[in-house]
Design a protein around this ligand. Structure first.
Ligand code: ASP
Length: 504
């Protein structure tokens, strides 16, 4: 396929041994718009740089210039543009110390999110900027934004900390790209990062808060850009008045790869059986539908999805909807396009629920244990489901863990004397009645009166998980005491901290 961008041009500064090189990739946007016959249209990169002829000169920064052949209003930015931006960065990665992407503001936060996922083992700054007014306008913000972005990308010359991530630089702030949202169509402060601290403030000085930056990639892990995104992701914005039939129509779209369910508050949506059915059919691929992944994110700017907190979201959890935690809408959409192309099978859900590039504050691991193989319904005194595997879990980052049993039936051995209870063991293979409750795997003893409606049991197992669980094979067991047990499923959910520089 022909490249969407032109070959590199270089503006050389005086030759010096320790020269810093910044590559500017111009994709379009208001920053480079000039008045033409049909209204504002994108100028060439050369026309644009004409306004700041001494850009980077004072710091001795050498500039490389790559322009899209057809610079666009960012309203027209597509997945192909994102892949082309990532390809341009990959092509010139070795030759430059940092990159500045000039972009329209309308979809800038989608682009910063998409680039953050596409670029693997990023050890150099990729600073995306644009402006509310065209750069040639005296009163505008374009010059400042461009100058600041070049200063941050040219960190070696300017002495600023190295930002090994995709950032969004706009007016007085530097934001993590996959945490940013456009908050105003006209204020100078057009962007913010409601669920994550700003990475830097820009005033008389540029101050970068090192403690919030992502860590550089491990030594010897080479940089590369991913080359594909998934096809179609349906966005379903839950609103009062939405009907099950409407939901069903949305999810019946042919060739769907995934859906983003944008829900109320902590991840709530109408969850009567008639609303759940279209979602379940889509997840399970019933009839002639594709099997798709559904990701639940909140409509709120702050806070996080906590499926299971309210009854109105427990149904979504049970049918296998993935949690988008505190992802922004922009990051969630980009992550879906990326994860659906990168992973297959069960890895898609786990890949979505962990922080890949600092885009969310927590990692969520959920291991679903099916006590019986398909169709078996026999109650037994010990439930020991087949092993599940936990990957990429770091015990030191544990925040909380819960154990959820669904549809539990307790059948006393002797109906006359109901002393029946059961014990929960987490992380232990082969627990039985004689297993000591002093073992660190013991998570508690419960009875019928502890169950919620529908035979559910939800217990906090943070202490046990913090003591005994590591990445690798995970066993659990329910041991009946004077009773036989049967249940539909058991889920072990673990949250770990992903808030700052940690993550893949
Ligand atoms: N429509 C323009 C764009 O996104 C708006 C801007 O750049 O501010 O390209």
């Amino acid at each position: 396929m022909a490249k969407m961008y032109r070959d590199l041009k270089v503006i050389e500064r005086k030759p010096e041994d320790r020269r810093t090189r910044v590559c500017i990739i111009y994709t379009g946007g208001t920053i480079g718009m000039v008045p033409k016959a049909r209204g504002l249209e994108p100028a060439t990169l050369e026309e644009l740089l004409h306004v700041v002829p001494s850009l980077g000169e004072e710091d001795g920064i050498e500039l490389g210039l790559v322009a899209f052949k057809e610079p666009v209003d960012s309203t027209f930015v597509s997945k192909e543009h994102w892949l082309a931006m990532a390809a341009a960065i990959e092509e010139h990665y070795e030759a430059f110390d940092g990159f500045v992407v000039l972009h329209g503001t309308d979809t800038m936060a989608f682009t910063t999110s998409a680039l953050s996922f596409l670029l693997n083992n990023l050890g150099k700054p990729v600073v995306v900027t644009g402006s509310q007014l065209p750069i040639h306008e005296d009163r505008g913000d374009g010059r400042m934004n461009l100058i600041h972005a070049v200063a941050i990308a040219g960190y070696r010359a300017t002495g600023l900390p190295r930002t090994c991530e995709v950032t969004l630089c706009f007016m007085d702030r530097l934001l993590r790209g996959n945490r940013a949202v456009k908050v105003s169509a006209e204020e100078w402060q057009g962007f913010d990062s409601p669920n994550f601290p700003r990475l830097g403030s820009i005033g008389e000085h540029i101050r970068i808060r090192k403690e919030f930056l992502r860590s550089p990639p491990k030594e010897g892990t080479p940089f590369y850009a991913d080359k594909k995104f998934a096809g179609e992701v349906k966005v379903i914005y839950v609103t009062p008045g939405m009907t099950p039939a409407q939901l069903d129509r949305d999810l019946s779209t042919a060739n769907l790869d995934g859906a983003l369910l944008v829900t109320y508050g902590a991840g709530n949506a109408p969850s009567s059986e008639e609303f759940l059915e279209p979602l379940r059919s889509a997840i399970e691929g019933k009839g002639d539908r594709n099997r798709i992944q559904i990701l639940n994110i909140t409509q709120c700017l702050g806070g996080t999805v906590e499926m299971g907190l309210y009854a109105a979201s427990a149904g979504l959890l049970d049918i296998g909807v993935a949690s988008g935690l505190d992802l922004t809408f922009e990051a969630a959409l980009a992550k879906m396009y990326w994860a659906l192309a990168k992973y297959t099978g069960d890895e898609i859900k786990s890949g979505l629920q962990i922080a890949q590039r600092g885009e969310q504050s927590e990692n969520l691991f959920d291991l679903v244990f099916s006590p019986e193989e398909r169709g078996a319904t026999r109650a037994r005194s010990i439930i020991q489901p087949p092993v599940r595997y936990l990957h990429g879990y770091d015990q030191a980052l544990l925040k909380s863990a819960s154990f959820r049993v669904k549809g539990l039936h307790i059948i006393p051995d002797d109906e006359a004397i109901d002393q029946s209870a059961f014990r929960v063991f987490v992380g232990r293979q082969g627990a039985e009645e004689s297993t000591s409750t002093n073992e660190p795997y013991f998570a508690g003893e419960y009875r019928e009166s502890d169950l919620l409606a529908g035979g559910s049991l939800i217990i906090d197992v943070t202490r046990v998980v913090g003591t005994v669980i590591q990445s690798g094979p995970i066993y659990i067991g329910l041991v009946g005491l004077g009773a036989k047990l049967w249940c539909e499923s058991i889920t072990l959910t673990i949250f770990t901290d992903a808030s700052y520089s940690r993550g893949a």
